[in-house]
Design a binder for this molecule. Sequence first.
Ligand SMILES: [Zn+2]
Length: 398
Amino acid sequence: MRTLLTILLVAATGLGLLFFGRRVLKGVEPARTVPVLTPSPKPLDLTPNPNPTPGVPEPEGSAAADLRAEILDWNQQALDALDRGEILRAMELLQRCVEANPDDPVLARNLALARLRQAGLMIDSADLEERVAALELVENVLDALEGDEREAVAARIERWRARADHEGSFFSSGNRRFELSYDGEQQGLRASETDLLDRLDKAYQEFGERLGAFPLEGNRLRVVLYSPEAFTRLTGLGHWAGGAFDGTIRVPIRTGGIDSRLDSVLRHELTHAFVARLGGGSTPAWLNEGLAQFLEERQVSSLRLKAAKLSCRGAPWPSLTSLGTNFSTLGDETAIRRAYAISLGFTAYLADNYGEELVLDLMRAGATGSSPEVVFRRQIGFDLGAAWEDMRQNWLQH
Ligand SMILES: [Zn+2]
């Protein structure tokens, strides 16, 4: 019995189920962890422009025309480099373009977006210097942007700054896989540090063995603990959220005593980190959230699946496609709750009928440029949609 543990996970259910009747509900209540937030490495939906503003036509062969052609070529090379994920190379080429033609707004915007993309990769680094460098990198990017695009980027950078400010005085500790950050003044956290890292390590080892990959080696993952108030403010998520993963695992923790569900929240978010690193960035939400819930415990209990099924009773059956994108777009909390329940149900159904390995192969499909549908058809011999329909019949009958 670990008497030192005095952390209490924040009340994480919108219906207040966490505290009263917790014993009864343990393992039944679907984790109220939130959908994966927009992964930071993605440059929002901003695409650099391939066509710098044409300048005044110059007589062919003139020095200015030669330079213009060269700039166009550098710009194109930069866009190609971005496509290949070579962001530093793209930044170097675009920097050259902007130095040669400082007045071209398209070139300035392209450089700004490349910097934003690079900063997005660095902002979740376990290395504090990298995170500081990320903020420096985006210092002037807003100058090159306009309108809605400027607003969206400003909001994103503001969120990064607010987190950095808040976490500036945080304690940090860690091992070769995780960097744990938390408010050292918060009661109980320092005493629980080793225990938390231990829990993360255990889950990591288990997942690594089950998934056949250990993606954090040489690439540590940040885990940040917040007070419930700070979590809400810094993530913009409701008080009901149990945790979030956006490149960093973020968990709200309340002082007072450790909650029995902390393990499942850490396991849930850690699954998202595995999926982010192994799934090729295109894993559909139903599979990402389904797997994250499936792995919250070593084995999903039949009681929990029953509760998931019950929560969907009488509700319209969604299409698998409609569950492909972030659940937060589904609208009300009931719809989101059902989306989680049905995703867990389908993941468990697939694992039960075709094996856990098949589910993991579906998750890894994106990394090879394929999709869950293609992998399922190739391995099982019929459409994933037919399995979805079969589960629907099953859920309606029982
Ligand atoms: Zn989740």
